[in-house]
Design a binder for this molecule. Structure first.
Ligand code: ATP
Ligand code: MG
Length: 450
């Protein structure tokens, strides 16, 4: 005869702890996946329970080689991953181990004066991690809520007369610097980083040539600005994902300093290369192309990236983004989108550069949407007057060249002819000659009144 079973609650009370123990073991055990296919720059892997943006370790069980990859999509039953760094050494045996974490970057005052990669590694042959690391920040963050942001009310000095005078930026403004290749975008950004009165400058060099990174570093970090500058670089030979991350990592570092009450200048050179790198990844992971082959995820990513700059509760991030434009003067979809998203645009002119007029800023075509609210009335009036003189001079330039202009016909034109050389001297500036905002305002006033 069977022995009677113990009552149900007694049986359950024996099972529950065992179930708990089993669950704990399962939770701690890494969920290991496998590489199924590698297509171009993306890896398709059979791996369960991973999130978009999650970092996975790629581990080769034979060689022990490790690398990191980020989940960027899903297709059928597979996760699509992009390796952060080099693909060499990856094999069909490579295991994919989810880490449960998103990409993080160490942050702290120890970053000042350093040159780092988009993966948070040193590029300057100095010890890493540096002293003065305060913790880490997630690279993909949300912009601050709109209502927690202070209103933009103070100007930031950029140290370049043409900008501070005619296109004054506010602390927390986002400005695009648009120009064709070789028109002087990088030289101008470097000059701003040197000339600004921001507490901290964070520079993202995205898809630049290695030589340019070196030039930038030598120009910047040998000067007294070193102690307040952080450079994040992903050169053109680095994988697309690193070029994309460089933009996010630099923004994240700027956020750290802003959260600590600093006024930060974030200079990105250039955001078109960020967009192209994002296109490379989007197309490789199977996203359908839209305008000019750019995937729609890019047009969602751009505002999210740019909105992270701006004023915070205490500090601010003033964002300057250089944008490549094409020779025929038309804007590609990315430049067009940026023009709509940013609070100001500075156009550089090939024509001025050809005439050795540097910085080659086309003042009449450029606008800062916030200038009106941050400069004193006298500055506004002087800038308005000089703009009017420049516009009138441009109108009559052809007549002047062919000797057809008659003096005395138009007082404004006469004044423009009289002052144009002084205005152009004011607009031209040798890189490295920092001018304060007050000096710029005084000089403008003198020309306007003189
Ligand atoms: N302020 C300046 N004074 C004198 N020359 C300048 C100045 N700015 C630019 N140049 C000249 O123009 C060249 C190109 O400048 P720069 O590298 O800044 O262009 P860019 O717009 O960044 O080009 P790319 O789109 O290829 O990155 C410089 O090597 C220099 O000869
Ligand atoms: Mg450049």
């Amino acid at each position: 005869m069977n022995t009677p079973l113990p009552p149900v609650d007694k049986r359950l009370s024996g099972i529950v702890p065992r179930l708990r123990e089993r669950l704990r073991e399962d939770g701690a055990r890494p969920r290991i996946g496998r590489v199924r296919r590698v297509v171009g720059v993306v890896i398709h892997a059979a791996v369960d329970e991973v999130r978009l943006g999650e970092i996975c370790d790629l581990v080769d069980p034979k060689t022990g080689r490790r690398a990191k990859a980020e989940v960027v999509g899903f297709s059928d039953e597979e996760a699509v991953l992009v390796p952060l760094g080099d693909l060499t050494g990856l094999s069909s045996l490579t295991e994919v181990v989810p880490t449960g974490k998103d990409l993080q970057i160490p942050v702290g005052p120890g970053l000042l004066g350093r040159v780092i990669s988009a993966l948070g590694e040193p590029l300057d042959n100095r010890p890493w991690p540096p002293e003065g690391i305060a913790g880490s920040y997630p690279v993909h963050a949300y912009p601050p809520p709109p209502l927690s942001r202070v209103l933009i009310s103070e100007p930031i000095q950029l140290g370049v007369r043409a900008l501070d005078g005619f296109l004054t930026c506010a602390r927390g403004q986002r400005m695009g610097i648009f120009g064709e290749p070789g028109v002087g975008k990088s030289v101008l950004l470097a000059d701003i980083v040197r000339g600004t009165d921001a507490d901290v400058a964070v520079v993202a060099l995205v898809g630049e040539r290695g030589r340019e990174v070196r030039e930038f570093v030598e120009r910047q970090l040998s000067s007294e600005g070193r102690a307040r500058t952080v450079i994040v670089a992903a050169t053109s030979d680095r994988p697309a994902i690193e070029r994309v991350k460089a933009a996010y990592v630099a923004t994240t570092i700027a956020e750290y300093f802003r959260d600590h009450g600093k006024h930060v200048l974030l200079a990105m050179d250039n955001i078109t290369r960020f967009a192209r790198a994002q296109r490379e990844i989007g197309l490789a992971s199977g996203e359908p192309p839209t305008r000019r082959g750019f995937p729609s995820s890019l047009f969602a990513a751009l505002p999210r990236l740019l909105e992270r700059s701006g004023p915070g509760e205490h500090g601010s991030i003033t964002g300057l983004y250089s944008v490549l434009t094409e020779g025929d003067g038309t804007l590609d979809p990315v430049a067009e989108e940026l023009q709509a998203l940013l609070d100001g645009h500075t156009f550089l002119s090939t024509d001025l550069a050809r005439r050795d007029h540097f910085p080659a800023i086309d003042v009449l075509r450029s606008r800062s949407r916030l200038m009106e609210s941050v400069v004193p009335p006298a500055h506004r009036a002087a800038a308005g007057k000089l703009r009017a003189l420049m516009a009138r001079h441009a109108d009559i330039e052809l007549l002047l060249r062919v000797g057809e202009y008659e003096k005395g016909a138009d007082p404004l034109a006469d004044e423009a002819i009289r002052k144009i050389d002084r205005i152009n001297d004011f607009l031209r500036q040798v890189p490295g000659t920092r001018v304060t905002l007050a000096q710029t305002q005084n000089q403008m006033q003198e020309i306007a009144d003189g």
